[in-house]
Design a protein around this ligand. Structure first.
Ligand code: PMP
Ligand code: GLN
Length: 387
């Protein structure tokens, strides 16, 4: 039977490919972005408490009110932003779903969407699955800042949306206020909608703040902001996120959501709400920054080159140009098989598979995981099995 091809991406996402390869070769998995350290026991206690106390039936379609209220309160406390939990927040089964649903709500066939590359690998298939046309714009290596002139030049009468991501996967780059101002200037007097992927919002390092699209009143009116609890509470497998958008956008979003997912895992929503309400979590950026610094310190003993330390996210890019001139996908496979460390080749984040000889390491791991991995990487050069 001939089934239609819905998008142009690879058959299997690089995250699945590399995690499977890591398992096959018993390699340390620094590829797919997930922590290997435990969640706070209290969060787990709230989850069992919810199941035991009868929170086991469908939650309301937009999300448990207690969770939406807790999210609104949390934004007010952290950023001083007022968000209406009833009309502006929808709980979703992860941010990936929220991004897809936002695209589905706004796109019609032929609409163009500007994607800043390298980009998280679900954006382009999500746009194409909705009949949209991707217009890629390259970020400026090695800092991966936005070239606003290029963005401006990419806008046409068909531009429906721009998707942005800060802190950025895979580069770790973060936006400052001037970036948002530049974006606002470009979209002023247009109907262009912004999708702002802020899943790593609480993972910004070196004392810098995260600037959210929600803090920019002019942009907020035309934006979907997308979040994931997985990155904040180290529970990526819970797959719960949320979408914050103005009431009219939220209505359009929920019109789809009610017939695709309808509602989200109730006990997990209860647990997240209780955990947020009790405000017991330690700031996650302090812990992750120390992991980044530990990893960067260890990496000095290897032949990899760090272009610049990640300003945020779970990820650190490194160049292997001193080691090999293999294409990055082959290099990542070779590293997994021969040295037992799995990473992600950065070409997977470009629609044209641009290969800058960079790989992405996930440092959201226990220190012992990072040190065992880097111990193996440090052997490169002393022992090279046919690179
Ligand atoms: N956006 C970015 C930039 C990501 O790195 C990820 C990875 N998890 C997601 C969205 C998806 O988040 P979730 O697991 O909540 O779907
Ligand atoms: N966001 C994670 C990453 O970039 C993984 C998400 C996924 O596996 N789809 O590694």
């Amino acid at each position: 039977m001939n089934l239609p091809k819905k998008h142009s991406a690879a058959d299997t996402t690089i995250f699945t490919v590399m995690s499977a390869l890591a398992q096959q070769y018993n390699a340390i998995n620094l590829s797919q972005g997930f922590p290997d350290f435990p969640i706070d026991a209290q969060l787990g206690n709230y989850l069992s408490e919810a199941a035991q106390n009868g929170w086991n039936q469908y939650a309301p379609m937009p999300g448990l009110p207690m969770l939406r209220n807790a999210v609104a309160k949390n934004f007010q406390q952290r950023h001083g932003i007022d968000i209406n939990p009833d009309t502006e927040i929808t709980i979703t089964p992860g941010a990936t779903y929220a991004i897809y649903t936002a695209f589905t709500a706004i796109l019609q066939p032929g609409d163009e969407v500007i994607v800043l590359e390298p980009a998280y690998d679900s954006y382009i298939p999500n746009i194409e699955m909705n009949g949209g046309k991707v217009v890629p714009v390259a970020l400026k290596a090695p800092t991966f800042e936005v070239d606003w002139d290029l963005v401006k030049a990419a806008i046409t009468a068909k531009t429906k949306a721009i998707i942005v991501n800060t802190p950025h996967n895979p580069t770790g780059a973060t936006w400052n206020k001037e970036d948002w101002d530049a974006l606002a200037e470009i979209v002023r007097n247009t109907d262009i909608i912004i999708l702002s992927d802020e899943v790593y919002e609480q993972l910004v390092y070196d004392g810098k703040p995260h600037y959210s699209v929600l803090q920019h009143p002019e942009l907020r009116e035309r934006s979907f902001a997308l979040y994931s609890f997985g990155k904040v509470f180290h529970n990526t497998g819970w797959k719960i996120g949320y979408c914050i958008a103005p009431p009219a956008f939220t209505q359009a979003f929920r019109k789809l959501h009610q017939f695709v997912a309808f509602s989200i895992n109730t006990p997990a929503q209860y647990a997240l709400a209780a955990y947020l309400e009790n405000g017991i979590q330690e700031p996650v950026n302090i812990m992750l920054q120390s992991k980044r610094d530990y990893f960067l310190g260890l990496m000095k003993e290897t032949p990899f080159t760090i272009l610049q330390p990640a300003g945020g996210s779970y990820f650190q890019l490194a160049s292997y140009e001193n080691i090999s001139d293999l294409p990055d996908t082959e290099f990542a496979q070779w590293l997994t098989k021969e040295y037992g460390v799995a990473t992600i080749p950065v070409s997977a984040f470009y629609s044209n598979r641009k290969d800058d000889k960079l790989i992405r390491f996930c440092f959201a791991k226990k220190e012992e995981t990072l040190s065992s991995a880097v111990e193996k990487l440090a052997e490169i050069g002393t022992f090279q099995p046919n690179p």
